[in-house]
Design a protein around this ligand. Structure first.
Ligand SMILES: Nc1ncnc2c1ncn2[C@@H]1O[C@H](COP(=O)(O)OP(=O)(O)O)[C@@H](O)[C@H]1O
Ligand SMILES: Cc1cn([C@H]2C[C@H](O)[C@@H](COP(=O)(O)OP(=O)(O)O)O2)c(=O)[nH]c1=O
Length: 680
């Protein structure tokens, strides 16, 4: 995997047509965030004087109406969007959004506000797939990832800008208008962003009207149903999902209640904008600083901690009714959310296999939408039912409303889900969290000594496979030296013959005197050697948290005895699964070499197997390649005819991707002061 594509951040914006689309996207995102603030503020203004409950319902209603179309009509619009001219779809959608936004303050009624908001969201459903499908047409493939990152950054980056803008507009309009009209200015400006976006896209003549690729959008509910089936299978994904749902449920409650809460704290629209902006400011801090400050803490632990932290902050927000304190705490809340988001995102990227990653993201997106919708629907109901209360304690009147209750419930939900996620994902069981955190803040990873060495969780098994003379022994040794240099506990081993019993089996297997050994007996003897190897060498080292590098493992049997000796592969696989207790290598590095080249590296055939005819070794090579093709995510296939150093580099690049997290950064400085024993 090349990392060079990421090195030039401004690369994609130098593409003129993409730059224009990006401007349009930025404006639309800005408008979208602005509209959330302006519409909720307007709904609240229209219902001022109709009582606390009516106000909660009105604000909640706006948010529900905004979410509903995506959940209910999303797939339908996705299917339709592909049939129309993309550029015109985007232009018309933007013009319609402009007109609808202008109409809201002009009509100035709550029912029209709801209807128009609903229609705007329906129109947006056509705009988004058209935009998504257009990006690959404007950006070359190698810069597509960069372009998508930029789009994402813009979508969320425009939120704090919108919040700031909203606050300023609120202050300005307070000077000129009466209260019920204060949100109007924001809505007009918002409408104009869509008009500019429409004009920008209209001038983009190089958008092809329709593309070859179909953007299919499966139904939200179907995605969720399917998602559960695979998500339940690993504790990591399970933990991530529980944590993210908890975080979004709490986040939804905060969004749904923010306007009413700020009002209860005697804050106006400007304060509302400030609270909203504080969340995003905090998020930016959290995303940027959190992982740097806690670099040495396990990401899995950090994720759960961040959510529990958000819950605790929310408790304070619910109980301290002071606007300044609330803005400050909201920044902290955002920071926790930012840390959680970035660690969760990285964990999915690093620890979820390639073919599951796309589905995990899609599943999460659908789930989050539904959760948000449910929460937004329930929040105003709960707040409304509880209503407004005053507690008179001595001389002090303490106000405790439905809003406080909702925030408190959200805080508890976040904490419970955070703890469950933490438990599911914890990769440092038995190590006290407090010590772990203190050590991480000091930059020294905490590793308690025990009888069997430091406990760092489950280790990792890397197998080197390939035919005779492929260079397995050479590369395995180099990889071990490299990893030890980086401070890892590494065990190098090989098959057959890594244990005392194994040595005796090896003698039987490779002795030319054993000519006539039946293929099945041979298979069982290799399996016996492997069973002993796993039980006495590999498993204990794995328990200790070491990285085990083995020269040959199960694949050798599948290739040599399965393909070479023509025995049924599934039966061999079963026998070996039993022998190893189902232990599979985390990564298998296949050094692929034509059999004549490999055998040519030795002066003469040394043992019984090497003496087999060339066809046998060619079948073995085909066997290895077939195994690697069947499970590409677990293999690295390297052309073993390359120079040793090139092979080493490819191996290091791949191994680096799967190293346990966090990489003990400090260790490099320590070990590099010792003279490393490297290969001549
Ligand atoms: N990339 C390479 N190019 C050429 N010769 C190599 C390469 N890698 C290893 N060799 C040589 O090939 C021989 C077999 O290497 P070895 O690592 O013992 O292979 P294996 O363990 O796969 O049988 C050794 O003499 C080694 O020096
Ligand atoms: C582990 C294993 C090895 N073998 C064969 C392959 C090798 O020819 C031999 C192991 O000998 P070895 O000298 O360790 O091979 P190399 O240096 O090529 O790694 O045993 C099998 O046939 N089945 C197996 O399961």
């Amino acid at each position: 995997m090349s990392r060079t594509g990421v090195a030039e951040p401004r690369g994609v914006l130098s593409i003129r047509s993409f730059r224009r689309l990006w401007i349009a996207l930025s404006l639309s995102s800005l408008g979208d965030w602005l509209s959330i603030l302006a519409l909720t503020a307007l709904a609240s203004a229209i219902t001022t004087g109709s009582g606390y409950q009516a106000q909660s319902y009105a604000v909640g209603g706006v948010l529900i109406v905004k979410m509903l179309p995506a959940v209910v009509l999303g797939p339908l619009a996705g299917a339709f969007a592909d049939r129309f001219d993309r550029r015109m779809t985007m232009v018309i959608a933007d013009v319609l959004r402009f007109a609808l936004f202008v109409s809201i303050p002009l009509v100035g009624r709550l029912d029209w506000l709801f209807i128009a908001t609903f229609l705007i969201e329906c129109v947006t459903l056509f705009w988004i797939p058209a935009k998504e499908a257009t990006v690959p047409n404007l950006v070359p493939k190698d810069r597509l990832e960069r372009a998508n990152q930029l789009s994402l950054l813009t979508t969320y980056g425009s939120a704090p800008v919108a919040a700031a803008l909203f606050s300023v507009l609120a202050l300005v309009s307070r000077a000129f208008f009466e209260q019920s009209q204060q949100a109007d200015l924001a809505l007009y400006i918002n409408a104009v962003t869509f008009l500019i976006s429409a004009i920008t896209i209209f001038t983009l003549r190089d958008i092809p009207s329709r593309g070859a690729q179909h953007v299919s959008v499966p139904s939200v509910l179907k995605q969720i149903g399917e998602g559960w089936r695979f998500a339940g299978s690993t504790p990591l994904v399970r933990g991530l999902i529980i944590g993210i749902v908890g975080a979004f449920a709490a986040g939804g409650a905060v969004i749904g209640i923010a306007k009413v809460y700020v009002e209860a704290l005697k804050g106006g629209d400007a304060a509302y904008g400030a609270v909203f902006g504080a969340v995003f400011l905090g998020m930016a801090f959290g995303m940027f600083l959190g992982p740097r400050m806690l670099r040495d803490l396990s990401r899995r632990r950090l994720f759960g901690l961040a959510i529990v932290g958000a819950g605790l902050t929310l408790v304070l927000i619910a109980l301290i009714p002071n606007l300044v304190v609330v803005v400050f705490l909201t920044t902290l809340l955002g920071a926790c959310a930012g840390v959680g988001w970035v660690t969760g995102y990285t964990l999915i990227g690093l620890e979820v296999e390639d073919d599951l990653r796309g589905r995990t993201f899609a599943f999460l997106q659908s789930l989050v939408r539904v959760v948000l919708l449910l929460v937004l629907a329930v929040v105003p109901l709960v707040a409304g039912v509880i209503g407004a209360h005053r507690l008179d304690i001595a001389e002090v009147t303490y106000r405790f409303d439905g809003t406080n209750a909702v925030l408190l419930i959200a805080a508890i939900v976040a904490m419970i889900f955070g703890v469950i996620a933490y438990r599911q994902m914890d990769d440092r069981r038995g190590i006290p969290l407090a010590r772990d955190v203190v050590a991480a803040l000091r930059g020294v990873p905490y590793a308690p000594e025990t009888d069997s060495g430091p406990v760092t969780g489950r280790g990792m098994l890397i197998a080197f496979e390939g035919g005779e003379g492929a260079g397995k022994t050479t590369q395995a040794r180099l990889a071990a030296i490299w990893l030890r240099d980086h401070g890892y506990d590494v065990v190098t081993t090989q098959e057959p013959g890594a244990t005392k019993i194994g040595m005796r089996l090896r003698a039987i297997l490779l002795d030319k005197e054993s000519a006539g050994l039946s293929s099945r007996a041979e298979t069982l003897l290799y399996a016996a050697d492997r069973a002993d190897h796993v039980a006495t060498v590999i498993e204990p080292a794995l328990q200790r948290g070491a990285i085990i590098i083995t020269d040959r493992y199960i694949d050798s049997t599948l290739a040599y005895q399965g393909y070479g000796r023509n025995l049924p592969a599934d039966e061999i696989a079963q026998i070996n699964e039993w022998a190893t207790g189902g232990l599979v290598a985390d990564l298998t590095i296949l050094l692929d070499v034509p059999s004549d080249v490999g055998l040519g590296r030795f002066a003469s055939p040394a043992d019984r197997i090497e003496s087999e005819p060339q066809e046998f070794h060619e079948r073995v090579r085909r066997g290895f390649r077939a195994l690697a093709e069947a499970e590409p995510q677990r293999y690295l296939v390297v052309d073993a005819r390359l120079a040793q150093a090139d092979i080493t580099r490819q191996i290091q690049d791949r191994v680096r991707e799967i190293l346990p997290d966090p990489i003990p950064m400090g260790t490099e400085d320590v070990t590099s002061t010792f003279p490393a024993i490297t290969d001549a």
